[in-house]
Write a protein that binds this ligand. Structure first.
Ligand SMILES: Nc1ncnc2c1ncn2[C@@H]1O[C@H](COP(=O)(O)OP(=O)(O)OP(=O)(O)O)[C@@H](O)[C@H]1O
Ligand SMILES: [Mg+2]
Length: 499
């Protein structure tokens, strides 16, 4: 006795084959479509599967591919029983099947089925290599070949669509997936077929889709939504179209909106940045006006009270302090108006060295070492020196902050290092600033350039990197960050040598 699974959507045929095989002493289970066959195979391990090619809910060819990936069915032989044996051309090796029997009138088939079954069950090892001969009379019918060609035509259109297309049954099992759907999910079609469509999404999103599917079932209309859901690394919108009200089947359209969302985000960011810039400019302006008045008054006081050396000295100190406030305010104005300040040829190595000199006391206090790995020759660039200084100052300060936070957590001693390197790549100047800090958590990598993103609580404003990016973008360059293998992060700035 052998265990047999017969899969066919023709009930008459299923009855026929069950009676025939049971009479011959075999144990027979039946399934009417691909999904029911997969369900049966979860608990039943047949020696032989008789499989129809053209069936609803996962056709025979696809089912073969899925079965051939199931380890527990390694010893199971597959026999194709098909009315379209002639019209559907395929190689046995492609599907891993043992034999193909052409379906004809039932009374002619008893012999074909029994003889193929006997051959198949012979102990010779099976090796699906090359073409398998078709047993039985072939009844070529025009209608079959026309239907098959129409089916192929539509499949080709679906395959070439830019949207991901899935078809699901009433219990949400996937029975069709086009190429793009597979790419979005990161799985080949064979792995997608038969699984619950909801499992592709996160727990949170599953509930929402379930809700929409339920409404669809009740109202029978399509459900379109602009809401974006995460699918692996992509963002998609999901349209649900009911195609068969009785069978409650759905076509799912997945639109990949990842790029569009990125673009929208960067527009919002630059708007936010512009608003920040305006705010900074108006604050700078308001501080500047009274400052000018105070400085003028101090000068007058100094002139009038030359006889009081203590007061004169205090006034001198005050003047120094106000000068420093004025400088800060002026910088604020410059930064908030990228592109406004005059550009001139600047030596990039000199600019970096100036900034390193500026932070050298701080570096000495913290014990952090800085290495400069400069390109062998001087590199000149037409840019605003103040703005470039601002970029390097921000990046070095961030690196110092990252290293000191990390070190304080472990040893109280700073052993960190910062390396700044420059290189020429064709027409690009590439500057890398690496630190030995803790690096940036994966989920934050996409956000560090967002205005107001900070992990430093009240100690950070979260504008440093967004301003750096605005300056670099204005200079037609790019700035990106990655975590360095080992530890720390590396910021890479690429600037065109000629604007
Ligand atoms: N070198 C670095 N190592 C680790 N994390 C970093 C580094 N540079 C930036 N970050 C992360 O990026 C976030 C944003 O940096 P950004 O300079 O924009 O703002 P901030 O330093 O928090 O505040 P501020 O506006 O005062 O500069 C930081 O809060 C930190 O989480
Ligand atoms: Mg910062």
């Amino acid at each position: 006795m052998h265990k047999v699974l017969a899969v066919d959507n023709d009930l008459l045929f299923l009855d026929f084959i069950r009676d025939l095989l049971e009479e011959n002493g075999h144990l027979v289970e039946t399934a009417q479509d691909g999904i029911s066959a997969l369900n049966a195979l979860e608990t039943f391990t047949p020696d032989i599967i008789f499989l129809d090619l053209i069936m609803p809910n996962i056709d025979g060819k696809k089912l073969c591919k899925i079965i051939r990936r199931m380890e527990h069915l390694n010893n199971t032989r597959i026999i194709i029983l098909s009315a379209a044996a002639k019209e559907e051309s395929f190689e046995a090796s492609e599907l891993g099947v043992e034999s193909i029997i052409a379906k004809g009138p039932l009374e002619h088939m008893t012999e074909d089925i029994l003889s193929v079954l006997e051959q198949t069950l012979r102990p010779a090892p099976f090796s699906p290599s090359g073409h398998v001969a078709v047993t039985g009379d072939i009844h070529q019918r025009r209608i079959t070949s026309e239907l098959l060609s129409t089916k192929k035509h539509f499949e080709q259109i679906l395959e070439r669509m830019t949207e991901g297309i899935l078809e699901i049954t009433s219990d949400r099992r996937i029975v069709y997936a086009n190429r793009i759907a597979g790419a979005l999910v990161g799985l080949p079609e064979e792995d997608l077929l038969g699984i619950d469509f909801l499992n592709l999404f996160s727990l949170k999103d599953r509930l929402r889709i379930q809700e929409r599917l339920k409404e669809n079932f009740q109202e029978g209309e399509g459900s379109y939504s602009e809401e974006t859901l995460a699918l692996k690394e992509y963002l998609v919108t999901v349209d649900l179209l009911e195609i068969h009200q009785d069978e409650r089947k759905h076509i799912i359209i997945l639109n990949n909106v990842t790029e569009r969302k990125k673009l929208e985000k960067s527009i919002i960011q630059s708007e936010r940045l512009a608003a920040t810039g305006q705010l900074a400019a108006s604050i700078a302006h308001q501080i500047n006006s009274p400052l000018q008045g105070i400085t003028a008054l101090l000068t007058v006081m100094k002139e009038n009270r030359k006889d009081d050396p203590d007061l004169t000295e205090n006034i001198r100190l005050l003047e120094g302090a106000f000068k420093s406030i004025r400088n800060t305010v002026r910088r604020l104005l410059n930064v908030s108006r990228p592109g406004q300040e005059g550009k001139r040829p600047v030596n990039i190595h000199e600019i970096i060295k100036d900034i390193v000199a500026l932070v050298s006391t701080h570096l000495r206090q913290t014990g952090i070492k800085i290495h400069l790995n400069f390109y062998k020759e001087s590199i000149y660039l037409t840019a605003s020196p103040q703005q470039l200084e601002h970029v390097f100052l921000n990046l070095i300060n961030n690196a110092i902050e990252a290293i000191t936070v990390e070190d304080r957590r472990s040893t109280n001693l700073c052993t960190g290092e910062i390396t700044i390197s420059t290189e020429l790549k064709k027409d690009l100047l590439v500057i890398e600033i690496s630190d030995s800090g803790p690096g940036i958590p994966e989920d934050a990598l996409n956000h560090v350039f967002d205005a107001f993103y900070t992990s430093k609580g009240d100690l950070g404003m979260g504008v440093g990197l967004s301003v750096c990016r605005a300056i670099i973008v204005e200079q037609k360059g790019t700035i990106e960050v990655r975590n360095t293998a080992g530890s720390g992060s590396t910021f890479r700035i690429s600037l065109p040598l000629k604007l």
